[in-house]
Ligand binder design. Structure first.
Ligand code: AMP
Length: 398
């Protein structure tokens, strides 16, 4: 069985074709600047890469190009479209409308379009455009929606509710939904496999630390809490997002800066986080370079990020009543030892014995243990693979 995984953004479309027997990636690539001048598809297959500089006025043209690339004489990996058994679409937000991976039907698409767009105005419309484009080009191929939020649907009410009027929660669906669910699901399952345990036997805190960062408590294989909220703005400070902030401070800042509500939220999403604190960059590689040169605000941004992440680890250990494993994943989690050290240093009291030498080793794409042999709490670095989860979920649904 071959599954095409599609991740559509407003002007981009990334894809992977995965063989489910071996879980090997047969082909992958991405279209950029869809609907903008200078659109381009960079496609890989058969160990080769090809760049298509073609006009892509919309996502339908983009997906047609992708399918052509999959057949291409040089980099092609399939002979006919019938070899693609299904398409799994990444969708950022489900609200309370979808709790799990869902087969696309006209009703499902209607719900996605009519109910969820306001929950993720930048992402969900793009995903729906991607689904419609694929349906037009491959009308007979089953499609699945795989939600970033699904893994968090097991959170109990006490964890996902905000302290607002319960009726308002019911009426408007304002609650915590979380994000990066496919990644948290993947790395927590990989951790159990690596440790030779069943997911049901473990209490794990998964730290997905990338440009967007979220931390989850995974108890017995199920998510019981997560740091992102109604939107991905909540939790720890991130590349450009502020993370948690007192709502009254938002009003105060908006007044001082002469911003509307929505401008204030854009400010919190785009101008804050480690970029705002450091005044240098949202990229952790730049922060590390700044730190080496003695830039104090880069040092502060790094310290704040580790400190806030550490607080979630501690809070979730308390919430679960114990901790067996901490997992680091995503761009920063996999590649930035100074952050992992900052998070784990001082956690000896809950059983973390950190191995600084193992932590300092470069990411080689494998699962790495960065706690000592005797550490009660295991600390692992696990490369995430969100596309594989989307493909697995789609295959399971079929
Ligand atoms: P992500 O959103 O998961 O792609 O993560 C992006 C973040 O990871 C950026 O802040 C990068 O600075 C950071 N990062 C650090 N080292 C690397 C690396 N070797 N490759 C990719 N991202 C890295």
């Amino acid at each position: 069985m071959k599954i095409l995984v599609v991740n559509a953004g407003s002007s981009s479309l990334k894809y992977q074709l995965i063989d489910m027997q071996t879980e090997a990636v047969l082909a992958k690539g991405g279209c950029e600047r869809i609907g903008i001048n200078g659109s381009v598809l960079k496609a890989k297959g058969n160990g080769k890469e090809k760049v298509y500089e073609k006009d892509m006025p919309n996502h339908k043209v983009a997906i047609e190009l992708v399918l052509n690339a999959l057949h291409d004489e040089g980099i092609g990996v399939i002979k006919s479209m019938d070899e693609i058994d299904a398409v799994g679409h990444r969708v950022v937000a489900s609200g309370e409308y979808f709790k799990k991976t869902t087969l696309v039907t006209p009703e499902v698409l209607k719900t996605l379009e009519e109910k969820t767009f306001e929950l993720a105005p930048l992402h969900n419309p793009a995903a729906a455009t991607g689904v419609r484009a694929c349906m037009e080009v491959m009308p007979k191929t089953p499609m699945a929606l795989v939600f970033d939020t699904s893994f968090h649907s097991t959170m109990p009410e006490k964890a996902y509710l905000y302290g607002i009027d319960y009726e308002d929660y019911k009426k408007y669906g304002v609650r915590k939904y979380g994000a990066h669910g496919t990644s948290h699901k993947f790395v927590s399952a990989e951790a159990a496999k690596y440790l030779g345990k069943k997911p049901g036997q473990l209490k794990i805190v998964t730290c997905h630390l990338g440009n967007g960062s979220s931390i989850s408590a995974v108890d017995g294989g199920k998510c019981v809490d997560t740091s992102m909220g109604f939107t991905p703005l909540a939790g720890v400070l991130m590349g450009t997002r502020s993370g948690d902030i007192d709502a009254s401070a938002v009003e105060f800042l908006a007044k001082k800066k002469g911003l509307s509500h929505s401008e204030a939220v854009t400010y919190l999403n785009k101008k804050c986080g480690v970029a705002g604190i450091s005044g240098v960059s949202s990229d952790f590689r730049d922060l590390e370079a700044g730190l080496e040169k003695g830039n104090e605000r880069c040092a502060l941004a790094l310290e704040m990020f580790s400190y806030q992440t550490k607080k979630f680890v501690g809070a979730y250990a308390a919430a679960m009543g114990g901790l067996d494993c901490i997992v680091f994943t995503a761009g920063i989690g996999e590649n930035t030892p100074i952050v992992r050290e900052g998070v784990c240093k001082g956690l000896e009291f809950i059983g973390v014995e950190f191995d600084s030498n193992a932590n300092a080793k470069k990411n080689d794409g494998s699962i790495r243990e960065i706690s000592t042999k005797n550490s009660k709490v295991k600390v692992l670095v696990i490369p995430t693979n969100e596309e594989l989860v989307i493909a697995r979920e789609t295959a399971e649904l079929l």
